[in-house]
Write a protein that binds this ligand. Structure first.
Ligand code: NDP
Ligand code: 8X3
Length: 265
């Protein structure tokens, strides 16, 4: 698309699910000139994805792969300090990395999980945004760029067994709303995409690797695919500069809230 031509897009959590799909969808939409910075902890996967993208869309898309744990602030600082010159002008940041582990009620959540979820889903996203804004603000008005947050229905609606995860996504939502207001005069677009059920590795991670329990979550359901979410992210990022798809929520057709899910069993 015209509005993505020559742009540099940085995606966190690009090794799986929604982040991975965003990488492909950006590449498909602007195959001649896009620059992609793919980040996650599993770098081997990122190399594989980079190869697959080139197989699908050709060599017009340039890909830079970086190992990044967003919960480590020093790694974020280093990532931005060490960007190669031709990838340094990041125009679109997709803050996608995130996870939850378990369904324990508040008193029983292991402290390390509370710390890790917060450091990844919230603090990591904030640090990434701060680094991005330093770059964005240097560009001329009208070319300042976009920050996309992958929130969740869980950030709008808290449910039992989800306290820390829901709180982390509500924190993202609140940070995002404040940011949009703070940036009103800058032409930087702040875009939120809040998914409901999407079939990715999210639920396997949440069930601590137990695939049988993860499969049960989707029994009788027809969840969204990560490509469905990526299409909306890329649509939002490729609107003309004056159009902000500020806030969106995506459900599969059988879902009406975090827990209102119709199951055809
Ligand atoms: P996946 O588990 O498939 O992907 C999560 C991605 O986040 C992986 O690439 C993982 O990479 C990365 N990640 C996790 N922790 C870190 C970290 N500390 N540093 C860097 N990267 C990290 O799940 P989804 O694609 O579903 O999740 C993407 C986002 O979508 C998350 O923010 C999630 O909360 C949100 N979401 C998901 C929904 C769903 O139903 N699937 C619904 C609503 C929101 P690696 O392990 O290689 O670091
Ligand atoms: C994941 C969606 O409802 O399982 O963000 O928390 S939910």
């Amino acid at each position: 698309a015209k509005n993505l031509h020559g742009k540099t897009v940085l995606i966190t959590g690009a090794s799986s699910g929604i982040g991975r799909s965003c990488a492909f969808e950006f590449a498909r939409t602007s195959p001649a000139s896009l620059k992609l910075i793919l980040t996650a902890r599993r770098k081997d996967r990122l190399h594989q994805i980079s190869k697959q993208i080139k197989e699908e869309v050709g060599d017009g898309v340039k890909v830079h792969v970086v190992k990044l744990d967003v919960s480590q602030r020093s790694e974020i600082t280093q990532l931005f300090q060490n960007l190669p010159d031709d990838f340094a002008d990041v125009q679109i940041l997709v803050n996608n990395a995130g996870f939850m582990s378990g369904y324990e009620r508040a008193p029983d959540i292991p402290p390390s999980i509370i710390d890790d979820v917060w450091a990844t889903n919230v603090t990591g996203l904030i640090h990434m945004t701060q680094e991005f804004l330093k770059i964005a603000k240097k560009r001329p008005e009208g070319e300042r760029g976009d920050v996309v947050m992958i929130g969740s229905i869980a950030g709008r609606e808290a449910y039992a067994g989800g306290s820390i995860y829901c709180a982390s996504k509500a924190a993202v939502r609140s940070f995002t709303e404040a940011l949009r207001k703070e940036l009103i005069a800058t032409r930087i677009r702040v875009i939120t995409v809040d998914p409901g059920q999407v079939l990715t590795e999210f639920t396997v991670v949440r069930n601590r690797g137990d695939e049988t329990s993860a499969d049960k979550v989707y029994e009788g359901c027809d969840p969204l695919t990560p490509d469905d979410i990526a299409e909306v992210v890329v649509f939002a990022a490729s609107r003309r500069e004056n159009v902000v798809v500020a806030d969106s929520m995506l459900f599969p057709n059988y879902q009406a809230s975090a827990l209102d899910i119709y199951r055809k069993l």
